[in-house]
Design a protein around this ligand. Structure first.
Ligand code: GLY
Length: 399
């Protein structure tokens, strides 16, 4: 009888464990996981329409189904390999990894050419940076260190900032743009991982000058700060891709939110943290009711102006980084929730491209004043959307 009882207890315990394990397996997927699954499936389909590794997706013109491609010198060339790395991170799929490796490799010459502009940070950090983070491939590290040294050649010590667009020096002898804040991450990373420790000082000084002159008292940012290249004197703030010099160009504001959160993470300087918070609050306070910004908050045509989904995706990443570096629990929750809301809205039928075309997101605006890339899918919207989803997936699995 006793033996029978022991057998029963062992049997029941084993059954209980087995059913618990099954329960775990059956946990329904979260919305974030579902969108990541769908996105990864779409990446595989999009890959079928790409023929050559040195022609990379940039945008999908209205009415077209497949990506319009650009060469490796285009400022957007690093985003597609980055999208693939995020797809691989989520799925572990080998074919996506192989494609990510090949497209990444194609961008490599940029690191060793003379620096055309600050975009070398986007080009190399989004491609090689993600590849290195996920694979630890030492050859990627070499490319990133070379790219950081190349970017640093654009630093003007008199101004204390990087010349963002050398091609525009006839108009603005020294120009530093808000987007450039994003590319300090490459310099900070290289200062920690390589021999050139000056890169840290360059990045910190650049962030400092940007905070002082390009962040405006009204808590918005100029797109471009013009400086005297011989004296370092600040001359004037301009727009380039926004509606007007003093307007709030949506994506520019989000480069600032994200860039200053990164600058705080790397330096511990409270003024950088407070700048990111200030820009984030201003952005959130001025959002339209449906939660996705128009391309410029001050376009007089609003509500009949195009949206910019890319700005919402960058804002989501910037606010998740901000939440990541903040210690105050209430603020952490505030910015995490704001980011979740952006991702939730972008994950609706209105913004997901579904069967419409090969992109993940619709409705981004690239260069409205020039009349290009208006209300279309653009690759950097997909990149930051994948980054935000990946960050949220990790956050969910850590809770
Ligand atoms: N100039 C980079 C951007 O369009 O945000």
């Amino acid at each position: 009888m006793r033996i029978f009882k022991i057998i029963c207890v062992v049997f029941l315990t084993a059954t209980l464990f087995a059913s618990c394990a099954n329960e775990k397996k059956k946990t329904p997927k979260t919305d974030v996981e579902i969108v990541l699954d769908q996105s990864t499936t779409k990446l595989k389909k999009a890959l079928k329409h790409l023929k050559s590794y040195d022609s990379l997706p940039r945008n999908i013109p209205n009415g077209k189904k497949h990506w319009k491609l650009v060469g490796v010198k285009d400022w957007c060339s690093g985003f597609w390999p980055g999208v693939l790395w995020y797809g691989y991170e989520h799925s572990g799929n080998d074919s996506i990894k192989i494609a990510a490796e090949k497209f990444t490799e194609a961008v490599k010459p940029i690191a060793y050419s003379s620096a055309e502009d600050h975009d070398i940070g986007f080009q190399i950090y989004c491609s090689f940076g993600n590849g290195y983070r996920l694979t630890g491939n030492e050859s990627y590290k070499e490319v990133m260190l070379a790219a950081a040294d190349t970017l640093a050649t654009l630093y003007n010590p008199i101004v204390g900032a990087i010349q963002s667009w050398p091609s525009k020096t006839e108009i603005y002898p020294h120009n530093t743009i808000i987007d450039n804040m994003m590319n300090l991450e490459l310099l900070f990373w290289a200062a920690k991982n390589g021999e050139n420790k000056d890169l840290y000082n360059i990045a910190e000084s650049h962030a400092n000058i940007t905070m002082k002159y390009i962040v405006r008292p009204d808590s918005a940012v100029y797109h471009l700060g013009e400086f005297n290249d011989k004296t370092g004197e600040f001359i004037k703030g301009h727009t380039h891709q926004g509606y007007a010099d003093e307007s709030m160009w949506a994506r520019g504001q989000t480069w600032g939110i994200y860039g200053f959160a990164l600058a705080y993470r790397e330096t511990g300087r409270d003024d950088f943290l407070n700048t990111s918070i200030k820009l984030a609050d201003h952005f959130l306070n001025r959002l339209p009711e449906d939660g996705i910004p128009y391309w410029d908050f001050d376009d007089p045509k609003i509500p009949n102006a195009p949206k910019d989904a890319s700005a919402a995706a960058v804002a989501a990443c910037g606010m998740l980084e901000l939440a990541n570096v903040l210690k105050d629990e209430k603020l952490k929750t505030k910015y995490t929730n704001a980011a979740k809301k952006f991702v939730k809205i972008l994950s609706t039928e209105k913004y997901l491209s579904g069967k419409t075309n090969d992109a993940l997101l619709l409705h981004s605006t690239g260069h409205h004043p020039k009349g290009t890339e208006i209300d279309v899918p653009i690759i950097y919207a997909d990149y930051y959307f994948m980054e935000a989803l990946t960050r949220l997936e990790k956050l969910e699995s850590s809770q």
